[in-house]
Ligand binder design. Sequence first.
Ligand code: ATP
Ligand code: FE
Length: 368
Amino acid sequence: RLVLGIETSCDDTGAAVMDETGAILGESLHSQKEVHLRTGGIIPAVAQQLHRENIDRVVQEALERSGVTPGQLSAVATTVMPGLALSLGIGLEFSRKFVRQHNKPFIPIHHMEAHALTVRMLQPVAFPFLVLLVSGGHSLLAVARGVDDFLLLGYTLDEAPGETLDKVARRLSLIKHPQCSRLSGGQAIELLAKDGDKGRFPFRTPMGQAYDCCFSFAGLRTQITNTIVKKEAEEGVEQGTLLSCANDIAAATQHTVACHLAKRTHRAIVFCMANSLLPSRNPTLVVSGGVASNQYIRKALSIITKMTGLHLVCPPAKFCTDNGVMIAWNGVERLREGKGILPPDVDVRYEPKAPLGVDISAEVRAAA
Ligand code: ATP
Ligand code: FE
């Protein structure tokens, strides 16, 4: 059985052809990151236009590289939620036409479900497991109980950690820094933090009072911005030219984000253990999403998992970010179990906002 996966939920146009074992037969990815980096953030209409210009070629390339013809496919899996409406629309429109034309079953995919399951393509991780997803658009903690069965323990109440790192990096104009010109905000902060003193600017860890699994990063960003504004005034430099303490601010930012993620993850582990949501044999925490590539954050999480006896698994960086491969794999997992497979002519809508699984965050908060 062969699955074509298509991803267009944000700023990557991705496609991949995969067999039932999870072997990638062919893939293609067009990233819009450079364009959005220049405009200082994603402009949805620009993202949509770039998806439109590239989707045909990306899908063709993935198919050609795999040596598979459309007729040989068993199904097409495409991200339909959550994400940017204009971006999701392009992938869905393309896929609906494609499945009708070739008379193939269609598998609508939840982008975060795909991130959560990717690890199983690389190594055997049995359900149930705990998963922390941290990226530019999301942050959530969930128990994965099955391919389409998730308990959502917590999510971000405002912005995502990657978004915070990107905005701090932009406020510091790190893109003009000689070492950082081609890096994402998160990567730039990780690099500069290596030579920084995290203790010089002691930022408060968010939501210190609440003992639940939800996240908040907007307040932290305000603290950081206020510090930058104050330092710029003290040193009499123009906005975005503060070099003297960029390393220290990067280190403190990274440290505080890591502390917040680690504390929330610890809370989730305690809740799962108290409610027998994880197996007693080899309980596992999977961490994925762009921010999961950060070594400092991984280290902080590994301290928590060691302390609580969990096994920590992080897929390699290229499988932590958006691509067609993870969507194809989700399609394979669903196809194997016969879950959510639709006929070619069914009317599917995209959903810009869609929580992953059953939201039990209030229960987690009440149990504290
Ligand atoms: P989505 O939430 O839909 O997955 P996205 O495209 O923003 O959206 P990813 O591609 O998974 O998410 O990740 C990109 C984010 O990860 C950016 O915010 C980037 O700054 C952050 N990031 C990448 N590398 C690192 C790193 N080494 N340390 C911290 N953050 C990082
Ligand atoms: Fe993603």
